[in-house]
Design a protein around this ligand. Structure first.
Ligand code: NAD
Ligand code: A1AUG
Length: 515
């Protein structure tokens, strides 16, 4: 099958007058849908349950974006049966047939982009560029995994011998649980789900409790793309009620998880206990948290470095696994850099995403409290340079906060805060900077700003992370361009957005036929 070469979907400037008019209409449309109810989807059937959970607008926390039906353990049983039954035929289709559903879904997402941006703004608390970037990422995953699946169909080239034909083919694993976080509610939901199904598996999709309405929109899109019943079963629900039950279930073959280190490690442990009658070892693909940072040398372009630090630390209020919440700066440019970072941060407007402010609310009351606790910890560990205040009267707003002179061993230099808090640390040289950078249990993203080639070569070897950037921010990896994922306590090292990732969801079979 001939397919056009992959191209990342282009960003849209929603501030441009003609686009702003379209977006405004969609913001109004989405608001008119507030408070609607979203069912489970099991075997292609909509299921309503006794228990419905509201999802709120973090910018106006009295507003309910939607009510989402919650699955019980009985629903998990029904969903696993539906997925297993759908697997019988879906697992037999070719990679090419399956990829067509992804290409179709990509077209639908492109058509509904303005509406999806509006849902992101209201349910996830994003501004125009953050929301737009995320939809692009979702579209890119569909386009990329569709193409890579077609390549997987060819198996692998093997050594050929006379009189014998050898082939290596990729087979699906079976039925999987896809468990996603709230912060990239469409990109990560899409990437995790479609990578698993395009390789022939069927899934139970459990979205995060804080942004399930956007996940329900993904389900609508897959339904519109005619995905067969039971291939994706949508089962929002409380992790206490259904999480362990699903992960530990005998009939689940694999778990694809993205979320916190704590939940990831717990799931890993649960999944690897064999249940009587279980015939396979469950595969766990885990993408977890980060404590990322930007190292700056005295030779660097300081304005570029300050821009990169501010974007990495405060983009989407620091609620990215890739967020650069540490700036590790050479002592000879330290004061100048602190000044540049502070001035840029002071210029960031705080307010709702539908007015396209730079800094929007954090996701909920729990995050608001936890981030404020870290700000209090920071006041004892370093010197507050800017921010430190917050207001939850209407939405969960926290001023982007900067601490300087923070020692490497302090908590705000080592723990993931997942909010708009930046810790700045002074070092004598780049070697020390890299040592401080490595001084966490994580290994996700990092940057070095320098104009010294030797330092680049040094950091290539020594900075321990899955995504390393030179003279650029440490967030916003593009599908296919910078395959994304970390190691150590940041995850199992798989890389989203490239062929390696699809290999997580298949097993290889070698077939030798003698003539
Ligand atoms: N590495 C990455 O690619 C990546 C991407 C996005 C977010 N993250 C990380 O995710 C975290 C933020 O997301 P979050 O707050 O949604 O994380 P979380 O761990 O609280 O929840 C993630 C998902 O796991 C579910 N879950 C929790 N416990 C479970 C259990 N016992 N069994 C089954 N499911 C369970 C949740 O309901 C949710 O759907 C941050 O740590 C962030 O760094 C990592
Ligand atoms: N892939 C995203 C981060 C996803 C985690 O939250 C980035 O590269 O910034």
């Amino acid at each position: 099958m001939a397919v056009a070469p992959f191209k990342n979907d282009a960003p849209i400037d929603w501030e441009a007058p003609e686009n702003r008019t379209i977006l405004n209409k969609n913001l109004e449309f989405v608001k008119s849908k507030f408070g609607e109810e979203y069912p489970l989807m099991i075997g292609g059937e909509e299921v309503l349950t006794e228990n419905k959970r509201p999802s709120y607008n973090p910018a106006v926390h009295s507003e309910v974006v939607g009510y989402v039906n919650q699955a019980s353990q009985d629903h998990i049983e029904t969903a696993i049966s539906a997925a297993r039954s759908a697997y019988e035929s879906w697992g037999q289709t070719t990679f090419q047939e399956r990829s067509l559903y992804l290409f179709k879904a990509a077209e639908i997402m492109k058509r509904r982009k303005a509406e999806l941006v509006a849902w992101q703004i209201y349910e996830a608390g994003k501004n125009f560029a953050e929301a737009d970037g995320e939809i692009n990422e979702a579209i890119d995953f569909l386009e990329m995994y569709g193409r890579l699946a077609i390549e997987l169909d060819q198996g692998q080239d093997l050594v050929s011998l006379p009189g014998i034909e050898n082939r290596l083919e990729y087979k699906p694993l079976g039925v999987g649980a896809v468990i996603s976080p709230w912060n990239f509610p469409i990109a990560i939901v899409t990437g995790m789900t479609v990578s698993a199904i395009v390789t022939g598996n069927t899934v139970l999709l459990k979205p995060a409790a804080l942004t399930p309405v956007i996940a329900a929109k993904f389900m609508e899109i897959m339904h519109e793309a005619n995905i067969p019943d039971g291939v994706i079963n949508f089962i929002p629900g409380s992790s206490g009620e259904i999480g362990d039950y699903m992960v530990a279930h005998r009939d689940i073959n694999f778990i694809s998880f993205t979320g916190s280190k704590e939940a990831g490690l717990h799931i890993d442990e649960m999944a690897h206990k064999r249940i009587p009658g279980q015939r396979w070892i469950k595969r766990v693909i885990s993408e977890m948290g980060g404590k990322n940072g930007v190292v700056v040398d005295e030779s660097a372009d300081l304005d570029a470095a300050a821009d990169g630090i501010v974007t990495s630390a405060f983009g989407y209020q620091g609620q990215k696994c890739s967020a650069g919440s540490r700036a590790i700066i050479h002592e000879n440019v330290y004061d100048e850099m602190v000044d540049k970072i502070t001035k840029r941060t002071q210029a960031l407007q705080v307010g709702p995403g539908d007015e396209n402010n730079a800094i929007n609310p954090v996701i909920d009351n729990k995050a608001f409290k936890e981030i404020n606790e870290y700000i209090e910890i920071g006041k004892n560990e370093g010197t507050l340079v800017f921010g430190g205040d917050s207001d939850d009267a209407e939405g969960y707003y926290i001023t982007p906060t900067i601490f300087k002179d923070v020692p490497p061993e302090s908590r705000i230099m080592k723990e993931e805060i997942f909010g708009p808090v930046l810790a700045i640390c002074r070092v004598a040289n780049v070697e020390e900077g890299v040592e401080v950078y490595n001084n966490t249990e994580f290994g996700l993203t990092g940057s070095l700003y320098t104009n010294n080639r030797e330092q680049i070569m040094y950091a290539r070897q020594k900075m321990d992370c899955g995504n390393l950037f030179f003279n650029g921010k440490c967030t916003g990896a593009l599908v296919g361009v910078q395959p994304f994922g970390g190691y150590y306590m940041s995850g199992t090292g798989s890389k989203t957005g490239c062929k390696d990732y699809l290999l997580n969801f298949v097993q290889a079979k070698t077939i030798a036929e003698n003539f």
